[in-house]
Design a protein around this ligand. Structure first.
Ligand SMILES: Nc1ncnc2c1ncn2[C@@H]1O[C@H](COP(=O)(O)OP(=O)(O)O)[C@@H](O)[C@H]1O
Ligand SMILES: CC(=O)OP(=O)(O)O
Ligand SMILES: [Mg+2]
Length: 404
């Protein structure tokens, strides 16, 4: 069975085309910097030349159209016709409490995803656009959704409740959900394999550092605590999101600046984080470049970002009463040795001894970046949310009696 996986992030769509019987990736690619002045499209397929273009792509729907065109392109594509795709699996960021596991898309599922728009304003709208765009291009294909929130359903009440009146949880399900769960789950399994130890015996802090950023305390293979909360706004500093702040700032800013609820939400989600502190740069590559050119605001943004990561790692080591390894993953975590160094620098007290050369090596793939014998390890593990989504989609398609 051929399965197409769509991972629509806030600023990118990544996709992979799988032959599931052998779990082979037939093609993969990404559209990055969606909605910015120039988007970057990259695509590679087994036995075909690589494809790359820089063009203007304003929204997720146009991005998906570009992807399906490339998949059937005579020179770069892997399919003769788009109908060869038998199932499509989507990443969906917010599943609330309705979806503890992956499901097949139905009218009700789409309604639920829509109901959660307010709780994941940068993501759920993009996911639904993706689902609708696939419906338009492949009306008969089975679609499944795999939720970022599912892995964190194991968090204890002490982690997921807010210290506010309980009626708000009862009435409105106001609690912490956590996100990037598919990624945190995948890298924890890979970390255990790399360390050669059972996951059930490990205390890990997994750091998913992409455009969105979250850390998870993974205790004995389960999510014990995570930095994102009811929405993907809580926790660490991100590309355009503030992360943690004093909640009183919201009403105070609304009063002082005469802002509406939407305006203040937009400020915290789209105009804060690296972007706000650096004075307009949300992309870590640009931050590092500006910082190396002596830009003081970019340096401050970078330092705050790294400092906050270090604080969370320390807090989670305390939460688990110990730490075996810190795992770095996603766009920044996998590709920025400077950031990893800045985070690890202050963790020697925990027994994490970074090996600078290993950290800076251009090697890709899963690897240790600590010195031999370091009591706490640091690992780089490229995430593979797509593989987890493909497997769940395949399982759901087989359950419905579709091909093999
Ligand atoms: N070589 C690199 N050095 C530093 N940052 C990088 C590098 N490559 C990618 N990134 C950063 O990764 C981030 C995007 O990560 P990604 O996981 O793809 O995000 P998302 O899925 O949230 O869209 C961007 O901030 C980008 O600058
Ligand atoms: C939940 C979230 O922040 O996702 P992303 O990192 O893809 O923006
Ligand atoms: Mg992502």
């Amino acid at each position: 069975m051929i399965v197409l996986v769509i991972n629509a992030g806030s600023s990118s769509i990544k996709y992979q085309l799988y032959q599931m019987k052998s779990e082979t990736v037939l093609a993969r690619g990404r559209v990055e910097r969606i909605g910015m002045d120039s988007a970057i499209v990259t695509h590679e397929a087994e036995g075909k030349p690589e494809f790359r273009e820089v063009c203007e792509i304003l929204d997720h729907t146009s991005a998906l159209k570009r992807i399906t065109d490339i998949l059937v392109h005579p020179e770069y594509g892997s399919l003769s016709h788009i109908s060869e795709i038998e199932a499509v699996g989507h990443r969906v960021v917010h599943g609330g409490e309705s979806f503890p596991e992956s499901v097949v898309v139905t009218t009700e599922v789409k309604q639920e995803i829509r109901k959660l728009f307010d709780l994941a304003p940068l993501h759920n709208p993009a996911h639904l656009m993706g689902i609708l765009a696939v419906e338009a291009i492949l009306p008969d294909v089975m679609q499944a959704v795999v939720f970022d929130t599912a892995f964190h359903q194991t968090m204890p009440k002490t982690s997921y409740l807010y210290a506010i009146p309980n009626i708000l949880y009862k009435r409105h399900k106001i609690r912490r959900y956590g996100f990037h769960g598919t990624s945190h789950m995948y890298v924890s399994h890979q970390a255990a394999a790399l360390l050669g130890r059972p996951l059930e015996s490990l205390k890990l802090v997994t750091c998913h550092i992409g455009n969105g950023v979250s850390c998870t305390a993974v205790l004995n293979g389960k999510s014990y605590d995570t930095s994102m909360g009811m929405t993907p706004l809580e926790g660490l500093m991100m590309g355009t999101r503030s992360g943690d702040l004093d909640p009183a700032i919201v009403s105070y800013t609304m009063a002082k600046e005469e802002l509406s609820i939407n305006e203040v939400n937009s400020m915290l989600n789209k105009h804060s984080g690296l972007y706000a502190v650096s004075g307009g740069l949300a992309d870590m590559r640009e931050i590092v470049e500006a910082m190396n050119d002596g830009d003081k605001n970019a340096k401050l943004a970078f330092d705050m970002y790294a400092y906050r990561l270090r604080k969370y790692i320390g807090a989670y080591a305390a939460a688990m009463n110990g730490l075996d390894a810190v795992v770095f993953t996603a766009g920044v975590g996998e590709n920025s040795p400077q950031l990893r160094e800045a985070v690890c620098e202050g963790l020697t007290f925990l027994g994490l001894r970074l090996d600078r050369e290993r950290n800076r090596s251009p090697e890709r793939g899963e690897r240790r970046i600590t010195e031999d014998g370091s009591p706490v390890e640091a690992l780089v593990i490229p995430t593979n949310e797509e593989l987890v989504i493909a497997r769940d989609t395949y399982r759901l398609a087989l359950n419905r009696g579709k091909g093999s």
